[in-house]
Write a protein that binds this ligand. Structure first.
Ligand code: T5A
Ligand code: NA
Length: 212
């Protein structure tokens, strides 16, 4: 199509790194600059699958670790048709967490290997850019105590970080590490610059498939 497709831009990173803050800011800034852009987040807790995930995270419900991993992935798959359609229409999607959180969190549990974890998300739309918001555990803790949701404790977060480091070694993916200890404004300006560059670069390129 004339204007080209939208870009798929994912924000990942440790808890409290500012993913939600920066995703919102980026979409607002892109729209203000005249681009078409939408915000997505995973888990998307508004669907039936998402409500089940929400209850699990809030410890209102117990689920087998394999089952919950597949639910997180299913929650992404149930959005794929609409994601592809928006991208095709030229709408850039800014996504607050994606399959990388899915794999990093489950593979941080005992007896889960990275390869098994990746299978459920293989074939999803491949991000054109993955921004990893890097923040030390000390700086993250200074942003407020961990809440009561599942996974919000330091030893587990350390394992999650190791899993993210493995995933970031994959050279077929466009990872960019950002220093999330910067001010909200400074980080936003850097993110906006790389996002706009990516949007320009991919508009005439086909959308890829993740881990395929
Ligand atoms: N999960 C998720 C899985 O196990 N599998 C999956 O497949 C997926 C997708 C829910 C949980 O689910 C797990 C991972 C999670 O454990 P969530 O709902 O995205 O994930 O998690 P939240 O708790 O909502 O988000 P985070 O804790 O990760 O925080 P963010 O979004 O990184 O940070 P944000 O923007 O909310 O900011 C946190 C605080 O810091 C301040 C903000 O104002 C806010 O108070 N802040 C800054 N302060 C100073 N300087 C800056 N630059 C700042 N940026 C933000
Ligand atoms: Na968040």
């Amino acid at each position: 199509m004339a204007g080209g497709r939208g870009a798929l831009i994912v924000l990942e990173g440790m808890d409290r790194a500012g993913k939600s803050t920066q995703s919102r800011r980026l979409v607002q800034a892109l729209q203000a600059a005249g681009h078409r852009a939408d915000l997505l987040r995973f888990p998307e807790r508004s669907t039936e699958i998402g409500r089940l995930i929400g209850a699990y995270l809030q410890r209102e419900r117990e689920l087998d670790d394999h089952a919950v991993h597949l639910l997180f992935a299913a929650n992404r798959w149930e959005h794929v048709t609409s994601m592809k359609e928006k991208l095709r229409q030229g709408i850039t999607l800014v996504v607050d967490r994606y399959a990388f959180s899915g794999v990093a969190f489950t593979s941080a549990k005992e007896n889960f290997c990275l390869e098994w974890c990746k299978q459920a998300d293989a074939g999803l739309p491949k991000p054109d850019l993955i921004l990893f918001l890097q923040l030390s555990p000390e700086e993250a803790a200074a942003r407020g105590n961990f809440g009561s949701e599942r996974y919000e404790n330091s030893p587990f977060q350390e394992k999650v970080l190791q899993s993210f480091r493995h995933l970031m070694k994959e050279k077929t993916l466009n990872w960019k590490t950002m220093d999330a200890s910067k001010s909200i404004e400074d980080l936003h300006n850097e993110i906006k610059t790389v996002a706009e560059k990516t949007m320009q670069e991919v508009k005439d390129k086909p959308l890829g498939e993740l881990w395929k």
